[in-house]
Design a protein around this ligand. Structure first.
Ligand SMILES: [Zn+2]
Length: 168
């Protein structure tokens, strides 16, 4: 687990992790950040409620692929990087990934999401061409385009839960 100064909320597809600053023991850490934890809990419940009202997009595979290619090209030009190819695959643990060789792998389930979330996911992957890890610099680059990226991460978390359910 990484060390943090402030409590941190991390989303990775269907998984949400709360990271608390180091304390003498776990109970103490929880007690100290109880207000924050219950706020997060409240937000999650609210999001799940919102998820009920969401509908999934009906894009064709071809349409979706073309859109992803266009976005990847626009964002790589914007960030001054390049990428080699995009593979489309049903992934079970993430929306997309980017390897060190500049190959993007995109989850085909992403096609059911609204445009702005597809854009966010592809931008995230293209930023990995500059920063491989989710470190400080990575989030700095994300915030330049998405100052409220946490909202998007949360939305992706909610959609993951929805899409996963129907994919089974
Ligand atoms: Zn990433």
């Amino acid at each position: 687990m990484r060390r943090v100064k402030e409590p941190v909320l991390e989303f990775n597809s269907g998984q949400m992790t709360l990271i608390l600053p180091e304390a003498a023991n776990q109970d103490e850490a929880v007690k100290k950040h109880l207000a924050w934890i219950s706020k997060v809990h409240g937000n999650v419940l609210y999001s799940l409620q919102q998820a009920e009202a969401k509908t999934l997009e009906k894009r064709t595979q071809e349409n979706f692929r073309q859109y992803v290619w266009e976005l990847a090209e626009v964002y790589s030009t914007e960030l001054g990087v390049d990428f080699y190819k995009i593979r489309f695959k049903k992934l079970h643990d993430k929306w997309a990934s980017c390897d060190t060789g500049g190959n993007l792998t995109v989850n085909t389930l992403l096609k059911k999401l609204p445009d702005e979330l597809i854009e966010f996911v592809i931008f995230h992957e293209v930023v990995h061409r500059l920063e491989m890890n989710h470190g400080k610099n990575f989030w700095k680059l994300i915030r330049q385009k998405y100052p409220d990226h946490k909202k998007f991460d949360m939305e992706l978390f909610v959609y993951w839960l929805m899409v996963e359910k129907i994919a089974k």
